[in-house]
Design a protein around this ligand. Structure first.
Ligand code: HEM
Length: 317
């Protein structure tokens, strides 16, 4: 990517700002997409059920779950679907730093709701796929199954770190939880995007087990998770560079060309007003004869060189 430079060669666009803008645009687009997903769930599943028009749900739902004869499976199906609308409406607010700072209580309660519903969505989803048998094919269900297994793991670490107040770790796993919980949403986006790019199916099948279906079902969460990891790595690296510079600066007193401050001559002095302790001491010493002795030159030299030796040792170790 070409970076624009001004006349003195200073970059006009910094990588950091570009990344921050990209993240902002992504949040706006994702928010719209999430709300559309919530509107889809509400209009196809929630509202017809509330108003007793299940025939509408049966005719519009692309899956098999809405048409089941078993009331237990039907209950699990709706317990799986309806909270998905709630998560789609409020989940993204967890990622806004301003909301986190201004309304920490909202962040806590919304986060607890999102992670609890996400956990329930993963467990009920695994049951619907492998217990109730609502799957188009075994191979085509592997991507979403791995997604369903990773969700509780990411939630566990995000929650644990929040309780332990390890917020960097919490942020990392909360973002992975968010990506994983939204894996089924992004799979639909990736699939539709694939159809648009290829002007129709290409490596897809009706039972969602074509090579493109399988690749997209894994990529829908693994790709954004990998991108998130690259961003975390860049941020960690930036922080490490700063602390490295700080370390180097703090060690600069040992650099030979600067000299040893402990033994270097004092070139600046500050005038201070001292208490008259010395004057009082001289008067007191006059009266005590033992205090009027002076050390010989050799004793002064020994004491002085011992002092130099001690400071030199302290510097080198
Ligand atoms: C926690 C995040 C999840 C959300 C938000 C979610 C959302 C949805 C939605 C909206 C539907 C309705 C289908 C449609 O109209 O397109 C659905 C159906 C279904 N989901 Fe999930 N889901 C999640 C996780 C999972 C997982 C992890 C699995 C499997 C391991 C799974 C398996 C299923 C199954 C089997 C159906 C029924 C399909 C059918 O009716 O044939 N879901 N889910």
């Amino acid at each position: 990517m070409q970076v624009l430079m001004n006349k003195v060669g200073v970059p006009l666009i910094s990588a950091e700002k570009t990344l921050s803008h990209i993240v902002k645009y992504w949040v706006v687009v994702a928010l719209l997409g999430q709300w559309m997903f919530a509107a889809y769930i509400l209009s196809i599943y929630a509202l017809p059920t509330i108003f007793g028009n299940s025939a509408l749900t049966f005719s519009l739902s692309p899956g098999q779950g809405a048409n089941t004869e078993s009331s237990a499976e039907s209950l699990v199906f709706f317990v799986h679907i309806i909270p998905a609308a709630l998560m789609a409406m409020s989940g993204l607010f967890q990622l806004f730093p301003s909301i986190r700072k201004k309304y920490p209580k909202f962040h806590r309660y919304n986060g607890r709701m999102f992670l609890t519903l996400g956990l329930s969505g993963a467990l009920t989803g695994l049951y619907l796929t492998w217990g109730a048998g609502f799957r188009f094919s075994d191979l085509g269900s592997l991507g979403v199954t791995f997604n369903g297994i990773l969700i509780p793991i990411a939630i566990y670490f995000a929650w644990k770190a929040a309780i332990e107040k390890k917020f960097t770790i919490h942020r990392r796993f909360a973002i992975h939880s968010f990506i994983l919980i939204n894996g089924v949403w992004s799979f639909r986006l990736y699939l539709m995007g694939w159809f648009v790019v290829n002007q129709g199916a290409n490596g897809n099948s009706a039972s969602i087990d074509g090579p493109a279906d399988i690749a997209l079902s894994f990529a829908s969460y693994l790709l954004p998770m990998a991108i998130a990891e690259v961003i975390f790595w860049a941020q960690r690296n930036k922080n490490n560079n700063i602390s490295c510079e700080v370390n180097l600066a703090s060690h600069s007193h040992q650099v030979p060309h600067i000299g040893l401050p402990q033994t270097a001559p004092v070139t600046r002095e500050t005038k201070v007003t001292v208490a008259p302790i010395g004057a009082r001491a001289i008067i007191a010493i006059k009266d005590v004869l033992t205090c009027q002795t002076k050390p010989i030159k050799a004793a002064i030299a020994i004491a002085l060189y011992k002092l130099f030796d001690n400071t030199a040792l302290g510097t080198c170790t």
